[in-house]
Unconditional design. Structure first.
Length: 495
């Protein structure tokens, strides 16, 4: 299936989200839609998938005009969209959610229509699971699963429809670097078989590594369609060089110059921490120190127990813990906790002027069912002051949107920036930021790097859990987490 758009436009009363976009997306290839937040990528994808109706312009499938009035029309033509934040039922299992996405006859999933009982998952379903995500437990409730498993549930359910055009909205938002690489390898297999694969991404590194063509959008308009990765890379580098724009996040700010106030004075210390979890990789021996006036980073992937370390340090781990945790406030008062006492909690962190941005921004730091106003003003006790606070934080994050919209209307990058602005509004002494670069375009990543450097210079202690794309030259200490154990790989103090 080859898809072409001609002068495709989507206009709203106060904004034109997409204007006169004409592109060609050939079958048997991987196509990337790239651009900053608000560029029109998701709008274009939703128009192709029938979720939105264009204000003007046409969509052609294999050279013939197609008019979609709803997503069901596109599904009938075997066009499937996998959303960044899929709508899944929290109380149902992974398998049951897949059944809901499968055609009504149920034969493909193993569901017997008209019966209260489920047969065993079909061979087709099991083959898809084993191919895409062998670790997915089909019996697990969705509420107990992380963002990556939710993505695979939605992907497998969509593939059960046997699409000929598969659209993925920011598929790597919840995936580690290795998971991204494997995802694109498998998408390549599908494209080689004739499928038309369209991927929305903010990541420059993905755009120059995997797709066959790249369509760059800005402010709702098509800047240019590149028919090769090399062509896009050359354009991007030339454009960045001419404008002085950052070409790579690691060049986003000058190299580390001097530590901030109080640098070298410990804030958080973890010694010999271990957690044996039932459904996450085990943390076997984690030791690290985060100091005031410095940025400390822990690198590693989820499989190395990064999620377990995050739950431990943010006070959300409910399994048995061992080891020592100590906290020293700005006045020098130190507290030591045996982790086995279970006294390290989320309230412990908050009550000591700590701020946390979790890796799961959608459900831990927010919720799609909340309004943006509710999400931003959660720490404001006075009802009368909540809207003013929310407007101020949105302005600080450089985001223009109706505060009464739901959080589901936000892109991943917008949500990330708003959550960080909300956490900083509490004037914290230390910050724990988990996968802080995920969902941000390269310019936003550069702004975040400069912001964190300024906070460290003011004496804040900053701990990054998951430092993918972060310029490690800004860090005073860098630890790697491998097989549940930490290792200090760089210390500016030692150097």
């Amino acid at each position: 299936m080859t898809i072409e758009t001609r002068s495709l436009t989507k206009a709203y009363p106060l904004k034109t989200a997409l204007k006169d976009v004409s592109i060609l997306l050939e079958e048997g290839k991987i196509h990337a839609l790239v651009g900053e937040n608000g560029a029109g990528k998701s709008t274009l994808a939703n128009l192709i998938a029938g979720s939105l109706v264009p204000s003007s312009g046409t969509i052609l499938i294999d050279g013939r005009e197609a008019a979609f009035s709803c997503a069901a029309d596109a599904l009938a033509r075997n066009i499937v969209l996998v959303r960044q934040r899929p709508l899944l039922s929290e109380s149902l299992s992974a398998w049951e959610n897949i059944i809901l996405k499968t055609p009504a006859d149920g034969k493909r999933s193993g569901f017997r229509p008209g019966s209260f009982f489920l047969k065993a998952p079909s061979d087709e379903l099991m083959q898809l699971k084993d191919f895409w995500c062998p670790a997915l437990n089909l019996k697990a409730k969705v509420r107990d699963l992380g963002g990556n498993m939710r993505f695979y549930i939605s992907l497998i359910g969509s593939l059960m429809r046997r699409p000929v055009c598969l659209i993925l909205d920011e598929p790597s938002a919840f995936l580690s670097v290795e998971e991204r690489r494997i995802l694109y390898e498998k998408l390549r297999d599908y494209a080689s078989g004739g499928m038309n694969v369209i991927v929305i991404t903010h990541s420059y590194s993905e755009a120059v590594s995997y797709p066959d063509s790249i369509s760059l959008l800005k402010d709702g308009q098509l800047v240019r369609q590149f028919m090769s990765r090399e062509e896009y890379k050359a354009y991007y580098q030339a454009s960045a060089s001419a404008s002085g724009t950052v070409q790579d996040t690691r060049q986003a700010v000058p190299a580390y110059t001097h530590p901030g106030s109080g640098a070298g004075r410990p804030c958080l210390r973890l010694e010999g921490a271990s957690v044996r979890s039932r459904n996450k990789p085990a943390l076997l021996n984690a030791t690290l120190t985060a100091c005031y006036g410095e940025i400390t980073a822990v690198t590693g992937v989820k499989e190395a127990a990064m999620e377990t370390l995050e739950d431990l340090l943010t006070g959300l781990e409910d399994e048995k813990e061992n080891g020592l945790f100590s906290f020293t406030d700005c006045s020098g008062k130190e507290e030591e906790l045996q982790l086995s006492s279970k006294k390290l909690s989320a309230s412990f962190i908050r009550n000591r002027k700590g701020a946390v941005v979790p890796s799961d921004k959608t459900f831990r730091a927010s919720n799609p069912g909340l309004s943006i106003l509710q999400m931003l003003s959660v720490y404001e006790k006075k009802e009368a002051d909540r809207e003013a606070l929310a407007r101020r934080l949105a302005a600080q994050a450089d985001i223009t949107i109706d505060l009464h919209e739901s959080c589901a209307a936000l892109s991943g990058g917008m949500l990330q920036r708003l959550i960080l602005a909300r956490e900083l509004s509490t004037s914290p002494d230390f910050l724990i930021l988990c996968n802080p670069m995920h969902g941000l375009d390269i310019d936003s990543q550069g702004r975040l790097c400069r912001q964190l450097e300024q906070l460290a210079a003011q004496g804040k202690a900053i701990l990054l859990l998951g430092a993918e794309d972060f310029p490690l030259s800004l860090c005073s200490r860098v630890y790697s987490l491998e097989s549940g154990m930490t290792r200090l790989v760089f210390s500016r103090e030692a150097a």
